[in-house]
Design a protein around this ligand. Structure first.
Ligand SMILES: Nc1ncnc2c1ncn2[C@@H]1O[C@H](COP(=O)(O)OP(=O)(O)OP(=O)(O)O)[C@@H](O)[C@H]1O
Ligand SMILES: [Mg+2]
Length: 217
């Protein structure tokens, strides 16, 4: 079981939206996923309430519960646990970063977003966690994407997929679906599938590095 934490203090950057659609895409790729929601805003629990399809399982937890829940989940057959965090600094955020094998930091290509993730990044560095940015809600074509990509790739890993701002993301959530279910042939679905493929490769690399450390010990 590996854990992916969606984290950045910048509200509205797309943590919950990407968590949902990537969880659905991962399930479509044959993997078992559950979601831990640490945000009282309950975006994902609301989504699950509107959902008619099976899975992923969603549980609302707080900072005091995460260590116990993660210990229990490690005994299960889940391939992945996704952890969604609130858009404000909270006690849960640090524990969610600590629990992660990979932190995903969604970021819109705006000066405000590009500044706002710095405290999050400092916490990720402090806890020595692997992380990747995800450029989200980008215009379809703009110099801003290139500028933001150049800036972010200097600071850390950036997937080769950018998530464009598309209404499919908003509509899918309203229907209790991921974008790949809502409009399987759409561009939003293709981007999310591409992002999941990138993340899956990265998770395999992280697992291999972990196994290497164990072997060397
Ligand atoms: N790629 C996208 N295209 C269009 N709309 C998007 C996209 N990603 C997110 N959104 C929209 O942006 C808004 C904020 O997204 P979301 O709730 O996922 O952000 P968040 O980071 O979880 O916010 P918070 O910090 O408040 O929890 C939502 O209305 C969502 O539908
Ligand atoms: Mg959210």
């Amino acid at each position: 079981m590996q854990a992916i934490t969606f984290v950045t203090q910048k509200g509205g950057s797309g943590k919950s939206t990407l968590c949902i659609s990537l969880a659905v895409a991962a399930r479509e790729a044959g993997l078992s996923v559950c979601i831990l929601e640490m945000d009282r805003q309950a975006t994902i629990s609301d989504w699950a309430d509107h959902r008619t399809a099976d899975g992923p399982e969603v549980a609302q937890i707080d900072a005091t519960q995460i260590d116990g829940v993660m210990a229990r989940l490690r005994e299960t057959a889940y391939d992945f646990v996704f952890i969604d965090t609130p858009g404000v600094d909270s006690p849960g955020t640090l524990s969610a970063i600590r629990a992660a094998d990979l932190c995903l930091v969604p970021c819109r290509p705006t000066p405000a977003d590009l500044r706002a993730f710095k405290p999050t990044l400092a916490a990720i560095y402090r806890l020595e966690k692997a992380f990747a940015f995800v450029l989200n809600q980008t215009p379809a074509r703009s110099y801003r994407i290139r500028d933001a990509s150049d800036g972010l790739s200097v600071l850390g890993v950036l997937p080769d997929v950018t998530i464009v701002s598309r209404t499919d993301h908003q509509d899918a959530i309203g229907f209790g679906q991921g974008v790949t279910e809502f409009n399987p042939k759409g561009q939003a679905a293709a981007e999310v599938r591409g992002l999941w493929r990138w993340i899956e490769r990265r998770m395999r690399e992280i697992a291999d590095i972990g196994a290497g450390h164990v072997a060397a010990a």
